[in-house]
Design a protein around this ligand. Structure first.
Ligand SMILES: Nc1ncnc2c1ncn2[C@@H]1O[C@H](COP(=O)(O)OP(=O)(O)OP(=O)(O)O)[C@@H](O)[C@H]1O
Ligand SMILES: [Mg+2]
Length: 353
C-alpha cells in the first residue's frame, strides 16, 4: 500500500488518464479521489459516474448531454457530465459495463477532447481528466468483444492495481481500529476493541468483499460482538472449519458418493451465489468470474433455485423476454422505467457552484 501510495502521487502529477483495476470494495474509488486531490485539478470538480447504472442511451445523455428535441421528453437542452466537469476530473466507474457504442464516443473524447451532445451538431471542447475503474478482467472482456481494445490502449498508459485485502493482511488491524472508532461515534454505541485471537482469525479470512466487507463487519462487531464474525455467517466455527470438517471422519460415514455429490453441489451453489452477489446479480459478469459460460450459469441458477434479492433486476441486456420493462422513446432510445430497479447514477460533489 505504501508503494501504491507513491505510485498514486506520481501519476497525480501527470495530466493523463488512469485505469484502476481491482476487486469490488478494494478501494479503487478511494485511490482515484486521491489522484484528483493530489493533482493540479484539486480545486476543481470531481465527478463520479457509474457506467453500470444506466442503459446505453441514458448514459450517453448523462455523460454528453442533449439538445432540445433530441428525443421525446427532451423539452430543454441539458449539459452532460463532461461539460459540467470542465477543468476537473471525471471518474468513470465500472467502465467494463459501458456499452461498446459509447466506448467509441469516449475514445473520441479522450483523443480529441471534444464531442457533440445527443441530437446536437456543434462540437463541444472540454478539458477533463478521465479516470476509469473496473473490477472485471479487462483482457477477457476484450477477448469476448465486450470491451474495445483501442479504448483499453488509450486508457492503459497508467494502470493502477489496487490489491485485494487478502493480499495485505497487515492493513486489517489499522483499518479495523479506524472503522471501529468512526462507527462507534456514528452509531452512538460504546467503543470495542478486537482481541488478538479474533484478529488472528480475521487475518485468515479471505474478505471477498474487501474493505467494504471489513466496514460492515466493524459495524456488526460494535453491536453484536463476536457473534458478528463473518465466518460464522456460513455456520462455520472459524475460517478453517470447512477443512476441519473434511478431516473429521464422521462426516463421511454412509454413502460416500452421495456425500461427495452433496458437498460438491453445496460448494458450487455457494460459489455461484458469491459471484452473483459480488457482481450485483450481473449473470454475464458472474459467469466470467467463475470461468463458465453464460448458458451454464443460467442453468445452475435454475438448478439451485437462486433468486436475486427483492428489488434487484438483471441488467437490461439480460432481460431478453422481459424487455416489456423497456420503453422505447422516439423509436430508438430504450429507457428503463422509473422504479424498475435501475441503480441511481452517482455523481458527486466537489463542484464549484
Ligand atoms: N484505504 C482505505 N482506507 C479507508 N477506507 C477505505 C480504504 N479503501 C477502501 N475504503 C472504503 O471501502 C469502501 C469501498 O471502497 P471503494 O468504493 O473505493 O472500492 P471500489 O474498489 O471502488 O469498489 P467497487 O468496485 O465495488 O466500486 C469505501 O467505503 C471506502 O471508503
Ligand atoms: Mg467503485
Amino acid at each position: 500500500m505504501k508503494r501504491l501510495r507513491r505510485e498514486l502521487s506520481c501519476v497525480a502529477r501527470v495530466d493523463t488518464s488512469v485505469l484502476f483495476l481491482g476487486e469490488s470494495g478494494s478501494g479503487k474509488e478511494v485511490a482515484a479521489r486521491l489522484v484528483h486531490v493530489l493533482s493540479s485539478r484539486a480545486g476543481r470538480c470531481f465527478l463520479k459516474v457509474n457506467c453500470a447504472a444506466l442503459p446505453a442511451e441514458l448514459l450517453e445523455s448523462e455523460l454528453f448531454g442533449y439538445q432540445r428535441g433530441a428525443f421525446t421528453g427532451a423539452v430543454n437542452s441539458k449539459p452532460g457530465r463532461f461539460e459540467l466537469c470542465q477543468g476537473g476530473t471525471i471518474l468513470l466507474d465500472e467502465i467494463g459495463e459501458m456499452p461498446r457504442e459509447l466506448q467509441a464516443k469516449l475514445l473520441h473524447v479522450l483523443q480529441d477532447h471534444s464531442f457533440t451532445r445527443l441530437g446536437g451538431c456543434n462540437k463541444i471542447h472540454v478539458d477533463v481528466r478521465v479516470l476509469a475503474a473496473t473490477n472485471i478482467d479487462v483482457k477477457q472482456a476484450i477477448a469476448e468483444k465486450h470491451f474495445r481494445v483501442d479504448l483499453y490502449y488509450r486508457l492503459n498508459t497508467f494502470v493502477i492495481r489496487v490489491p485485494p485485502l487478502r493480499e495485505r493482511f497487515e492493513d486489517i488491524n489499522i483499518l479495523l481500529s479506524r472503522f471501529l472508532g468512526r462507527y462507534a461515534l456514528q452509531l452512538g454505541v460504546p467503543q470495542r476493541t478486537v482481541p488478538q485471537s479474533v484478529m488472528k482469525d480475521c487475518c485468515k479470512y479471505p474478505w471477498p468483499g474487501n474493505v467494504r466487507e471489513l466496514q460492515s463487519f466493524a459495524k456488526r462487531y460494535l453491536v453484536l460482538g463476536e457473534d458478528a464474525l463473518p465466518w460464522l455467517d456460513s455456520g462455520s466455527a472459524s475460517p478453517c472449519a470447512e477443512l476441519d470438517s473434511c478431516g473429521n471422519g464422521s462426516a463421511f460415514i454412509g454413502d460416500l458418493k452421495g456425500r461427495v455429490r452433496d458437498l460438491k453441489d453445496s460448494a458450487e451453489r455457494v460459489a455461484i451465489l458469491d459471484a452473483l452477489e459480488r457482481t450485483h446479480w450481473n449473470r454475464r459478469e458472474a459467469a466470467r468470474l467463475l470461468n463458465i459460460s453464460y448458458k451454464s450459469i443460467l442453468s445452475k441458477i435454475r438448478q439451485y433455485g437462486l433468486d436475486p434479492p427483492q428489488g434487484r433486476m438483471p441488467p437490461l441486456r439480460e432481460l431478453g423476454g422481459e424487455a416489456a420493462a423497456i420503453r422505447v422513446v422516439a423509436g430508438k432510445h430504450p429507457v428503463r422505467r422509473a422504479g424498475a430497479g435501475a441503480k441511481s447514477l452517482t455523481a458527486e460533489a466537489g463542484c464549484p457552484k
